[in-house]
Ligand binder design. Structure first.
Ligand code: PGA
Length: 249
């Protein structure tokens, strides 16, 4: 089994002080865990301070977004180089909130993936269908298109660095999780697409994680599935006790 990958996406929550306090509490409980890969994604403003707090622990830092250009006149944006400079090892790319609220399309997401990888930043690449698409039985088509256009012929060497997050849009922040079987079905399909596009040995090592209303009560069932390698947690990662329960599922 691939090492469980548990990431907390804090979205637009927590001041610098709150983020650092959280990181320190997390370190006391699971700061040296070799069995679980634990990642937190604070807002941009708290990245450097949390990086400092996590130094020497086994907990990793992720950004929630990046811009694809290395520098330039892009008011309000942050580049991969800046994120590495702030201490990030990972960056979430193509989250459904970025796609839906900020109009991000697959080609822009692809450029972000390339930019992140070129600077050694590991992308957590999000894909997933809306409720309407699921109801029309378009889940596999949508996910495959997002995968193909997002990855868009990244090399085998590049793809090894990508974590894929399957996040059905209808399950995000709604309290309505995909059942473990529904999630497993899509994860297995994603692995099959990666296997066909690259090679079976690549699809075998790549981490595919699930996101959408993950909580301490449903983590066990999700992680029992053979193709679910971890989770991307929003709401339930904001509270230290519930996040720790998820990490220690
Ligand atoms: P949620 O968010 O756990 O609050 O549903 C998940 C995500 O958006 O990554």
């Amino acid at each position: 089994m691939r090492r469980p990958f548990i990431a907390g996406n804090w979205k637009m929550h927590k001041t610098i002080r709150e983020a650092v306090d959280f990181a320190q509490q997390l370190i006391t409980v699971c700061g040296q865990s070799a069995e679980r890969m634990v990642i937190v994604a604070p807002p941009f403003t708290a990245l450097s301070a949390v990086a400092e707090a996590l130094r020497g622990s086994s907990i990793h830092l992720s950004a929630q977004n990046l811009h694809d250009e290395p520098a330039g006149a892009y008011t309000g944006e942050v580049s991969a180089k800046m994120l590495v400079d702030a201490g990030c090892e990972y960056a979430i790319v193509g989250h459904s909130e970025r796609r839906a609220l900020f109009g991000e399309k697959n080609d822009f997401i692809h450029r972000k993936l390339k930019s992140a990888i070129s600077l050694g930043l590991l992308p957590i690449f999000c894909i997933g269908e809306t409720l309407e698409e699921r109801d029309k039985e378009q889940t596999f088509t949508v996910v495959e298109q997002q995968l193909k256009e997002g990855l868009n012929n990244l090399t085998t060497d590049d793809i090894r660095h990508v974590v894929i997050a399957y996040e059905p849009v209808w399950a995000i922040g709604t309290g309505r999780t995909a059942t473990p079987e529904q999630a497993q079905g899509v994860h297995a399909y994603i692995r099959e697409v990666i296997g066909k596009t690259y090679a079976d040995h690549v699809s075998g090592i790549i981490a595919i994680i699930y996101g959408g209303s993950v909580n301490p009560g449903n983590i066990g069932g999700l992680m029992a599935q053979p193709d679910i390698d971890g989770v991307l947690v929003g709401g339930a990662s904001l509270d230290i006790e519930s996040f720790i329960k998820i990490i220690q599922f």
